[in-house]
Write a protein that binds this ligand. Structure first.
Ligand SMILES: [Ca+2]
Length: 396
């Protein structure tokens, strides 16, 4: 009798599973989020993109720019092998994923993959997992691409970074050594800290172990990358404020090895003594920047051009997004800069794309944050003021 009951229960269970398995998935209730698809996405482009004055953006001959996706407060960018672009965010606490599903070179779908975070500016992708940097915490979403649109669990990698929000938002990226590089900005405009982790670039293993300081004397880096041939680190650093409109310059620095000190808070741009701490140590103690990018221009994300779409002269040249000044009498920055390299050394720099700032009226309608290459060699540029991601292409 007991055996029969057990068999009956088992059959009933199998029947339930069978019925569930055959039923088409019940569509999600979309009343809370109008426009949401059953896969949890919303359209990545709306009529808003058409309202932006893209005709104001000047590019070298043969290049053009269009909107790839609309993303609120779009900050750092990362791409997965399947072509999903992940977008960090500073002001809204969200991380987004966008995808061009139909292959027309514009994103169609957008997912909010995490929300309620503390300035999740940094994103990095490695072996199926999305790494997210908040102010004091690095987490990851395992196998993110099987879960787009689902509620996900964040796995904590390291939650012991300093909690200060001043320069606390982070850019992150995996280096050629497989380690995750994580900057820690100075918790002030200018200050000397007892704790060596401030004003540094750290690195950790992907599982959070082995944290060490890679570079010191870095006031606030919000972008770095590695040269495609030398595998050496290049990073931008934002110069201090309140020493005037013209000094110090923001910097492009080169850190071919660990343990170098880049001068902050004692020396700026390689030769300018700090007005408060400059007498404590001479500039000759420190590594000078390779390129002075201009005062207050706020250089952020950067990438060497390794694609095939742009003319051959762009190969292994460096693109830098300049977010633009916030307290200079006359605004500057607000552009994408090209740093020319020869034999792995910078030889000069020039404006590649500008027009987000109207020099005459001093009005700004967009601010570049990060750059990213798509597999076809076109370049994405995120903009946290116009709330979009652009795609720059070369057609000749
Ligand atoms: Ca598309």
């Amino acid at each position: 009798m007991r055996k029969m009951r057990l068999t009956f229960s088992l059959l009933a269970l199998l029947a339930v599973l069978f019925i569930q398995g055959c039923n088409p998935e019940k569509p999600k209730d979309n009343t809370d989020n109008p426009g949401e698809e059953t896969d949890g996405s919303v359209p990545a482009l709306t009529d808003y993109a058409k309202t932006l004055p893209l005709d104001k953006i000047k590019l070298p001959a043969g290049f053009s720019i269009e909107v790839y996706a609309e993303v609120e407060n779009a900050r750092s960018l990362a791409i997965s092998p399947s072509g999903v672009v992940y977008v960090g965010n500073k002001d809204k606490g969200n991380v987004y994923a966008i995808k061009d599903v139909d292959g027309d070179n514009k994103a169609d779908k957008k997912w909010t993959v995490a929300s309620g975070l503390n300035m999740p500016n940094g994103v990095a992708f490695k072996e199926g997992d999305l790494y997210i940097a908040e102010v004091s915490r690095i987490t990851k979403i395992k196998d993110i691409e099987t879960k787009l649109g689902d509620s996900v669990e964040l796995t904590v990698i390291d939650d012991t970074y300093p909690k200060e929000t001043h320069h606390g938002w982070k850019y992150i990226a995996f280096g050629p050594d497989g380690k995750l590089y994580i900057p820690v900005g100075a918790p002030c405009n200018i200050c000397e800290s007892e704790e060596p982790i401030y004003a540094s670039i750290t690195r950790i293993n992907a599982d959070g172990s082995g944290r060490e300081i890679f570079s010191s004397g870095v006031r606030n880096s919000v972008g770095f990358t590695w040269h495609p041939e030398t595998n050496e680190l290049w990073f931008t650093d934002n110069g201090r404020d309140l020493m005037g409109d013209e000094v110090p310059s923001c910097e492009l620095n080169h850190a071919p090895q660990a343990g170098l000190h880049f001068g902050y808070p004692y020396c700026h741009e390689g030769s300018v003594k700090d007005s408060e701490f400059g007498n404590k140590r001479p500039c000759s103690d420190f590594i000078a920047p390779d390129v002075k990018l201009g005062p207050h221009v706020a250089p952020l994300g950067l990438k060497f051009y390794t694609g095939e779409m742009f003319p051959a002269t762009y190969k292994n040249q460096l693109f830098i997004a300049k977010h633009g000044s916030w307290n200079r009498s006359k605004k500057n920055g607000y552009e994408v800069t090209l740093v020319k390299f020869e034999n792995n050394k910078p030889t000069g720099n020039e404006t590649f794309a500008n027009g987000w700032l109207d020099e005459t009226t001093q009005k700004v309608w967009g601010r570049p944050v990060d750059v990213l290459l798509l597999p076809d060699g076109s370049m994405l540029v995120s903009d946290d003021q116009a709330n979009v991601i652009y795609r720059i292409v070369y057609k000749g």
